[in-house]
Design a protein around this ligand. Sequence first.
Ligand code: ADP
Ligand code: MG
Ligand code: ZN
Length: 477
Amino acid sequence: MEFETVIGLEIHAQMKTRSKIFCGCSTEFGAPPNTHVCPVCLGMPGVLPVLNRQVVENAIKLALATELTINRENRFARKNYFYPDLPKGYQISQFELPIAEHGRVEIEVDGARRWIGITRAHMEEDAGKLIHAEHEPESYVDLNRAGTPLLEIVSEPDLRSPDEAVAYLKKIHAIVRYLDISDGNMQEGSFRCDANISLRPMGRQEFGIRTELKNMNSFKNVQLALEYEVRRQRDVLLDGGEVVQETLLWNPDKNRTEPMRGKEEAHDYRYFPDPDLPPVFIDEEWIERMRASLPELPDPRRQRFMTAFDLPAYDAGILTASRELADYFETACATYDQPKKLSNWIGTELLREYGPERIGECPVRPESLARLLIMIEEGAISGKIAKTVFAAMLESGTEPDVIVKEKGLVQMSDEGALQALVQEIVAVNPAQAQQFRDGKTKVLGFFVGQLMQKTKGQANPQIANKLFRQALAAGPE
Ligand code: ADP
Ligand code: MG
Ligand code: ZN
């Protein structure tokens, strides 16, 4: 029996704002526990929340970038539940009237492009954090995070495989980072997701019973957890059993999902409009101002890279994975006019060391990489030496010309100087020379290799090839 996988994601993106959503406390990560708190985010009685305008602006930007319809009037609701990291006993979120609904983004998996529906996006506050100290009977509460603004983005159950789920997650991640509304830092938990997953027999309309994988904060864990859950649910169903609707946690050490709690329903939360906060009104003028401030987004930028730089879709996709990387590429292109060669270098040598998110930390400026490639083009260094030079550039950020000069790496293109070495190598390898004359021209590579060894890779390969062909064709002396 064949099953179809159905997945829907709830993404929580911590918004980039200096202060919290309903008070003036700092949102800075990593401060000593309970230092960024005030009566509002501590949930003291009698205090009043005041909405941070930046949070609304960030949400509007996301809505515009993902074709969500903005609710001109939307409002906050209380989601009631008890947990020690939630002093008020309720979380301020949005429920029946979120800021935006009915959007979509396009994803690509194995060359196939598909639109994935977005049900809604809403603004809410984060809770605090519990710290369970090892070997201690007590737990601690840190409320620095309480009241940090979040944007929750809920997808339709449109995803059909773990690969699609990860592609979607990466797409939303790229969009919030392009928009600069979230730093997307997954290690610090500022971009995390809950994945809902079910299986149904192929061809059936009705969805199966789902489980919910909570709080995953790396693309790899999302992939592994979903793949695990597909196998687990499949086994249950093939055994004639029923999947239990429950909340699970992914245990990356044991490579399995583990039950966390039974699944709660919306009515368990007793949502109701928060009487402390007036409805949020968004007028056309505000939306248009936000629209005008949008940067070029990943998909249009990828399209433009394909046409303007004549790049394959694959390259364009990689180069636009982050705004920083796309900017890096464009800056380098301004002085080096071979986009495909540049893309190859970035795709291998650069991205091997610095992922798309970390380009900002790379000590090699785009202009310097361009200069390095121009030096290859001009014949000053070989492509092979260039890799050595680039490794040195990554270490120190030094300009390529300086490294080539200091290390004496200039390419040997002087035929006279190489000729003597070529003759010598041919003379001491008579067997291989004979092979060449017998038509095994592949052996040329052996000779060039010998020369490269003698010149520490500095011989100009084109000239080396030419000289060996001449010397070998001339026959034994
Ligand atoms: P809640 O988690 O609060 O119960 P929803 O019912 O709105 O919320 O669903 C949350 C997410 O689960 C959405 O992304 C939705 O697409 C997805 N989802 C709903 N039903 C299923 C299902 N049967 N299989 C997989 N995903 C589902
Ligand atoms: Mg949920
Ligand atoms: Zn506060």
